[in-house]
Design a protein around this ligand. Sequence first.
Ligand code: ATP
Ligand code: MG
Length: 277
Amino acid sequence: MTMLLEFKQVSKQYGTDTRALTDVNFAVKEGEFVSIIGPSGAGKSTLLRCINRMIDASSGEIQFNGTDILASKKSELKRLRTQMGMVFQHYNLVNRLSVIENVLHGRLGYKSTLEGILGIYSKEEKHQAYTILKTLGLEDQVYKRCDQLSGGQKQRVGIARALVQNPKMLLCDEPIASLDPNASKVIMDHLRNISTTMGITVIVNLHQVDTALKYSDRILGVNKGTIVYDGKPTGINREQLAKIYGSEIHEQQGELDELDELKDLIDLKELEGSHAR
Ligand SMILES: Nc1ncnc2c1ncn2[C@@H]1O[C@H](COP(=O)(O)OP(=O)(O)OP(=O)(O)O)[C@@H](O)[C@H]1O
Ligand SMILES: [Mg+2]
């Protein structure tokens, strides 16, 4: 497997006194499913947003598919961004537009400004958008306005909009933080499926440790802007969690209680040679 994404000594400083990331190093393989966990304010969103340069890192190097993102000029960056779909906690949909119109917005990165303004999409693009919506179980919602959808449905539209870009990678910032457990499971199952069957790399920021352990090939634990854990979900124990969450460990107490049980399950599934989910 080749490396798709590589962070080398990446730091990010906001203003003069907030250091959000310090000397971050990691690499992600093609097709990998990586979860980033850590307490509030650890730098998870900053890290994710540095990848597509929604936020500019202050120093270091970010390689994506062999190109240095930080050194990329505007047109090159536009091209690279088509390969990185972004999924947001609050969906970022245009509520007064239909589902299919929102999904087609994922094609804007491939168009001139004029084509974009006029909303010119080819038959193939519309067909692809419909096919993706069908895969995500939204074939009956295609012409509905987005403000008529449930949160879980909105997030599936968000995923469809990212997929219609034909990305190599999906960046998901707290994709299930606003959803109930059932809708969360549907979204995580879809993301895992996208990684496994389409070979798309998925990087997801999560607050829920149990979900991260269940779905991921790899966990990045972030504390105060540095990576304090980089490894398999099975390597996460109470000691590692304490390192990641520090003094905020109590916030994860409920999940800690379930951790041992969950890890037994993962071990068992690994023995059976399949993923636990
Ligand atoms: N635009 C900004 N200007 C100044 N400081 C910022 C900005 N965005 C984030 N920060 C600070 O950078 C640090 C990391 O923030 P970030 O949003 O990346 O954390 P996070 O891990 O995503 O937190 P959460 O779990 O609450 O979403 C925090 O101290 C935050 O206050
Ligand atoms: Mg965040």
